[in-house]
Write a protein that binds this ligand. Structure first.
Ligand SMILES: [Cu+2]
Length: 139
């Protein structure tokens, strides 16, 4: 039912009712664009509970010389579904459920200064994937 509603909305250009909206990120720490001392983990909160089994969370350093949302989105598209990329990642590949509808993504120790991309892909309640990313800086 939700699926057909969604399709109808796509076809007609109507906004979806709130009940079928996709899972949204409500807060992220470190905040988007912030500069922080090397954190031990990043945390996200969502508008509905997230099933880790059907979710991907990764943190990648943004290659030197790159910055901004556009570079972050390009990197995310390239690596979000990549397997065997543990050595390139800044996280420890073990996201866990946090408080409320939150997810914590532990990071490797002593990250080097630079820009990092937190990226996610998860399944909304209606079965559609949601992908996003944010950038923070380590001083
Ligand atoms: Cu959908």
């Amino acid at each position: 039912m939700r699926r057909s509603l969604h399709l109808l909305a796509l076809l007609t250009g109507l906004a979806l009712p709130a009940a079928t909206a996709h899972t949204a990120v409500t807060s992220i720490s470190p905040a988007a664009g912030s500069t922080v001392n090397a954190p031990r983990e990043v945390t996200l909160r969502f508008s509905e509970s997230v099933n880790l089994r059907y979710s991907i969370f990764k943190v990648y350093p943004l290659p030197a010389g790159q910055s901004g949302q556009r570079a972050a989105a390009t990197l995310t598209r390239r690596v979000i579904a990549l397997r065997g990329d543990e050595a390139q990642r800044a996280d420890t590949y073990r996201p866990r459920l946090g408080h409320g509808q939150g997810v914590a993504v532990p990071l490797k120790s002593s990250l080097k200064p630079g820009a990092y991309v937190l990226m996610w892909r998860l399944m909304s309640a209606d079965g559609h994937p949601v992908t996003g990313q944010t950038v923070f800086h380590v001083r």
